[in-house]
Write a protein that binds this ligand. Structure first.
Ligand code: CMC
Length: 392
């Protein structure tokens, strides 16, 4: 009842108060718990940033060690979950596996379903998810190539262990490369939270019905999969490959993106909130250059990406609409250089976004927010009389 305002896409509707992430789209500013993203990407580790997002403050040395050790203790995934994984065809998209296996955690940890979890119980659910998502993510990749899965190696740090689970083989152990570990840390930090985006709003909305953390995050993973959201990083590389195969004429694709009768969009460009450079894109572009040169990789699609960016930034269509490269424009090029296959890019985004989803879910529950329930403006038929089928 009462007056309903229509705001499709929630462009101007605040759904919550939040103390986690600050974002100024006009100025291109992003900070987590008050710390600028540039500084965190340069100085912190993904696990430290996760602690910061979830618990609200930077950890002391002891707190960080305790957090990291607790996560390590829970990296193993129940063997029965491996059987579920075995049931997936190798062609299954790893994002589908990820959301299914995260949802199935509710079956292995039914205590996570309690809507009145104590602080310690909630914390254990959080630690388990932080620990197991990287194992599940790496296993979803192993499934796609038809290889035996690798078990976590808890002597390694978070990023190195993930790379080991991805790239060790029965015949050969993955050799940890610090350039790769640093790049991965940076990418995960840059993706760790982004206030009320589509997947995070999904996590909060599902959680507002007091659904479990695992069900809420599984729903967030499904939202992230969409090509307008996290799926964009995969779509960018596919687009750049398409441009390369077509002869590398970026102007031709700029024209396609501007043509309103052509569904083609410049993937990795534009953002609901940023009407200026996405600060994450700036860092990622530089990281792409650094990582490729440190690894001695010359990827022709990096040049295509730069040409395309330049062409778009000087084109009135993109200037008028304030369309700039977003976080996903260059991230895929780095993932590729790290040896991560295209289908896994959105999984990498999910790994990075996990602490943000957790922090937002926890904040929503601690603030005792009411169930989320948007209204509508009905535009359907007035009352009609039912006509029996033989008379229609
Ligand atoms: N290529 C061509 N035109 C575009 C693009 C693009 N990438 N993005 C927006 N536009 C145009 C759009 O056609 C519209 O033009 P007009 O006013 O003439 O109708 C205008 O710019 C405003 O766009 P919108 O679709 O109303 O803006 P939105 O806020 O609803 O959408 C977006 C934001 C990110 C979904 C959109 O820019 C887009 O589809 N980008 C490509 C996909 C992408 O890179 N997504 C990743 C987002 S960042 C990572 C994440 O948070 O998930």
């Amino acid at each position: 009842s009462g007056y309903v305002t229509l705001d499709s896409g929630y462009k101007n509707t605040g759904a919550t108060t939040s103390a986690i992430t600050f974002l100024d789209g006009e100025e291109g500013i992003l900070s987590y718990r008050g710390y600028p993203i540039e500084e965190l990407a340069e100085k912190s580790s993904f696990i430290e940033v996760s602690y910061l997002l979830i618990y609200g403050a930077l950890p002391t040395t002891e707190e960080l060690a305790a957090f990291s050790n607790r996560i390590k203790r829970h990296t193993l995934v129940n063997e029965d979950m491996r059987k579920i994984l075995d049931g997936f065809p190798s062609a299954a998209h790893p994002m589908g596996i990820l959301s299914a296996l995260v949802s199935s955690l509710t079956a292995f940890y039914p205590e996570s379903l309690k809507s009145n979890q104590t602080k310690d119980e909630m914390d254990l659910s959080i630690i388990r998810l932080m620990a197991k998502l990287s194992t599940i993510a790496a296993w979803s990749y192993k499934n796609s190539v038809g290889h035996r899965v690798n078990y976590p190696k808890n002597s390694l740090d978070y990023c190195s262990n993930f790379l080991h689970m991805m790239f060790s083989y029965q015949t050969e152990d993955y050799e940890v490369n610090p350039v790769v570990v640093d790049a991965l840390n940076k990418l995960l930090i840059l993706h760790a939270d982004h206030e009320q985006n589509c997947s995070t709003s999904t996590v909060r909305l599902v959680g507002s019905a007091h659904a479990s953390l695992y069900s809420s995050v599984s729903a967030g993973i499904s939202a992230l999969w969409g090509p307008l959201h996290g799926g964009a990083n995969q779509a960018v590389i596919e687009m750049l490959e398409q441009i390369k195969a077509d002869g590398g004429d970026s102007q031709k694709f700029i024209a396609k993106a501007k043509d309103k009768n052509d569904p083609f969009r410049l993937m990795g460009f534009g953002h609901r909130v940023y009407k200026n450079f996405d600060p994450r894109a700036k860092i990622i572009k530089k990281t792409a250059d650094d990582v490729l040169s440190a690894l001695g990789i010359k990827d022709p699609i990096l040049n295509i990406a730069k040409e395309l960016e330049q062409a778009a930034l000087t084109d009135s269509y993109f200037i008028e609409r304030k369309l700039y490269p977003n976080v996903d424009f260059y991230s895929g090029i780095i993932y590729r250089a790290l040896g991560i296959p295209t289908e896994m890019f959105t999984v990498m985004f999910a790994l990075g976004r996990l602490p943000g989803w957790i922090a937002q879910w926890k904040e929503m529950r601690e603030q005792k927010e009411p169930i989320g329930r948007p209204r509508q403006i009905y535009v359907g038929e007035n009352t009609r009389t039912y006509v029996p089928i033989e008379e229609r």
